[in-house]
Design a protein. Structure first.
Length: 300
């Protein structure tokens, strides 16, 4: 970015002489021109500082194996506790004049988005959720365990008493799709993107560095751990093992969406058994949390 800037910031012309004539040897510079030149130098200085900052951040997030150590930064991050009230759904999803807010997800049963089932369980701990599972006509048959992946809705209450509707439709789609406002929005596509959005409804807040690392791990889990080659998978497991040697979770001291997506990706790839020691310990920590039990039942 800044490498191109000096060529764009041309020297200011001497406005006190005609073209083709030399400047008087002892001519005093116009104060307004001097001020403009000083301002130009200050802008260039700030742009170079910005470039340095961007270069440092780029090096940090380029790969989980990056040399930049952000352990201390993460440890000083302030996590908002997962309170019983969670996030403000009106703020996150828009106010619909008292109508139940519906999250509708289309997913292919041949490759179920396991992380979304875990996050559904987490959301059920914070909100009153009206859950439903349906089958689209594009799918001929769905295993019984997927039809009951949300369990039984034990308490039947009037629709308006719920805070959030969560509907999963098994459909022949290339990747999961989600809408929470059927009439007004384009779908959010991809398991990682949907997981990020749904996890944000739990109300956790992170600083910029932590958010970037979480996003990086989510993308790594989907693109390299779940969909990548065996070589890429092995590299990710090494990176995870190193990260989990510094903290109990992939990013910081609390469970994040990165842990949910990475754990589910490991289960679907069959790489869990070959995971190194720190990863094995972390997997057990995940499995000890109740929201992961719904997926563990599906995998039996």
């Amino acid at each position: 970015l800044a490498e191109d800037l000096p060529t764009c910031m041309y020297p200011l012309p001497n406005l006190h002489r005609a073209p083709g004539t030399a400047a008087p040897p002892q001519e005093e510079a116009d104060p307004s021109l001097q001020a403009l030149e000083s301002r130009q130098e200050e802008i260039l200085k700030r742009l170079y500082e910005l470039k340095s900052a961007v270069d440092g951040l780029s090096k940090m997030i380029q790969t989980p194996d990056a040399d930049f150590d952000v352990t201390n930064i993460i440890q000083t991050d302030e996590f908002s506790p997962l309170t019983a009230n969670g996030a403000d759904l009106d703020l996150m999803l828009g106010k619909d004049y008292g109508a139940l807010k519906d999250v509708v997800i289309n997913a292919n049963p041949s490759l179920p988005p396991l992380s979304l089932l875990v996050i559904h369980s987490l959301l059920c701990e914070r909100y009153k959720i009206l859950s439903a599972v349906h089958t689209h006509s594009s799918v001929k048959s769905v295993p019984e365990n997927l039809l009951k992946c949300f369990g039984e809705q034990t308490k039947k209450q009037p629709r308006h008493e719920y805070q959030l509707g969560f509907t999963l439709i098994w459909k022949d789609v290339p990747k999961p799709q989600m809408k929470f406002s059927i009439q007004t929005m384009c779908p959010i596509e991809g398991e990682g993107n949907i997981a990020r959005f749904l996890f944000s409804l739990l109300g956790q807040k992170y600083n910029a560095v932590t958010s970037t690392l979480i996003d990086s791990w989510v993308d790594t889990a989907i693109l390299q751990l779940k969909e990548g080659s065996s070589k890429e998978r092995a590299a990710v497991l090494r990176s995870m093992n190193a990260a989990l040697g510094r903290s109990s979770w992939l990013v910081g001291a609390e469970l994040t969406v990165a842990d949910v997506v990475a754990w589910c990706a490991l289960q679907q790839t069959g790489a869990a058994n070959a995971a190194p020691a720190n990863v094995q310990k972390w997997m057990k920590s995940c499995e000890n949390l109740a929201p992961f039990s719904c997926v563990m039942k599906l995998l039996k």
